[in-house]
Each structure stands twice: as structure tokens, then as C-alpha cells.
Design a protein around this ligand. Structure first.
Ligand code: ZN
Length: 231
């Protein structure tokens, strides 16, 4: 290269560096829609039933779910499985999810110690597995207060369970003796405005009103544009 061209070459190198630097900054400054920012706008609802199985109520709930072609999640109390193994098998056979709730559902026993807690989880899980062949992967605390959850969550997660709470209720425990109409209203009201809903219901023996409310609850969510999911 001739000497007279050297300043020109330096000028172009500097220009290229300048453009590369500020060009990149400018492009970063432009608000862009990235794939990471795209969120699903689909509204989803997880129907969950705790404290079963029971004979009449769980079967009635299963009938409704079948008729509506909806899958749900059942958190099982394994001491209630005796004499109802067919109900448990039906839950699995019809494509619903079986989760661990408890063996005994007696808080003083479950939360007595880490060892007691884990043996309660294992006992329930073992019954579900031996009756249905399904290994549960979700867990719901029986009436566990926040301190219980905080303490015991790492233990149950270490066993491979996903802990599932709720953000809406049909009110079948809170409002004893409530009519199916009240339960329907409560479910839809407590879920209102939520994009992802986990609805807490119960299918133990005294919850026939929940089974009666279920068709209307499902229709209400469908009308609001929700899709149904199970864990
Ligand atoms: Zn419970």
C-alpha cells in the first residue's frame, strides 16, 4: 500500500468500527418482539378434586367429566381407597391424573415430623401405584398452613413431586351445605380474571352438591373461553 493511502485506510477502519458499535446499539434500542416475550394468551383451568375417592360422589363426577370430555386431577386420601379400588382404577382408566394428598388426612399425624410426613406421602403413593399401576407425580398438602408448606415442600419436591396449590375455589369446604348454584357462582367468581386457574373442589362422600354443580361449572368456564387441563 502506498503511504498516501494509509490515512484513508485508517479512516475506513474507524468508520467500520463506529458503525458496528452504534449499529448494534441502535438495533438493540428498537423495541422488538422476541419469541421469549410471546406468552400464550390461552385461558386454562385445572379442575382438582381432593379427599376422595368416595363411591357415589367420585363416580358421579367421573360421569360428568366423561360426558363433557374434560380431564381433571384427583388428590387421593389412600385410607379411603379400601373397598373403592374400582373407583381409583376408573379415574386412571378414563385419563385423569392421580395425585398424592395423604394416607390419613390427620394433620397431627402427617406433620408430626419429617419422617412422619414422608411416610404419609409414601404410603398414599404406594396405594395408588399398587391399585392402578400409576406412579403419581403431583402432591397437594392436606390443610397445610404456610409454615407447613414452607418446611415440607423441599422434602416432597426432592421425591420428584410437583406441589400443586390452587387459586380459585368452588367453596364446597368453606360453605358447608351450599347449593350447587352457590358452588357454581363461587367457582366462576373466584376464578374471574385469571388466565390460569387451579380450581379446588372435593369429592369425598358429603360433596354431592359439588358433583351436581360440575356441569354448570364446566359450562361456565367454556363460555368464558377456557380450555381444561390436568396435571
Ligand atoms: Zn384434603
Amino acid at each position: 500500500m502506498q503511504k498516501k493511502y494509509i490515512p484513508l485506510a485508517i479512516f475506513f477502519v474507524v468508520l467500520l468500527v463506529f458503525l458496528a458499535h452504534f449499529g448494534a446499539r441502535l438495533s438493540l434500542g428498537v423495541p422488538a418482539v422476541t419469541f421469549a416475550e410471546e406468552k400464550t394468551t390461552e385461558k386454562e383451568v385445572y379442575l382438582t378434586f381432593d379427599d376422595g375417592p368416595s363411591t357415589k360422589v367420585t363416580n358421579r363426577i367421573l360421569d360428568v367429566l366423561k360426558e363433557k370430555n374434560v380431564k381433571a386431577t384427583f388428590f387421593i386420601v389412600s385410607d379411603r381407597v379400601s373397598g373403592r379400588k374400582e373407583v381409583l382404577r376408573r379415574i386412571a382408566a378414563e385419563g385423569h391424573t392421580l395425585g398424592v394428598h395423604s394416607k390419613s388426612h390427620k394433620y397431627s399425624e402427617i406433620y408430626a415430623s419429617d419422617k412422619a410426613f414422608l411416610s404419609d406421602v409414601d404410603a398414599c403413593s404406594n396405594v395408588i401405584q399398587s391399585v392402578t399401576g400409576v406412579k403419581p407425580h403431583v402432591y397437594r398438602f392436606p390443610g397445610g398452613g404456610l409454615s407447613h408448606r414452607k418446611h415440607f415442600t423441599p422434602l416432597v419436591e426432592a421425591k420428584g413431586y410437583r406441589v400443586v396449590g390452587w387459586n380459585a375455589v368452588c367453596g364446597d369446604e368453606e360453605k358447608q351445605g351450599a347449593s350447587a348454584e352457590i358452588l357454581t357462582q363461587t367457582a366462576l367468581k373466584t376464578a374471574k380474571g385469571k388466565q390460569s386457574v387451579i380450581l379446588l373442589c372435593h369429592d369425598s362422600a358429603h360433596h354431592m352438591a359439588t358433583a351436581e354443580a360440575l356441569p354448570r361449572i364446566i359450562d361456565g368456564f367454556l363460555k368464558d373461553g377456557y380450555v381444561f387441563r390436568a396435571f
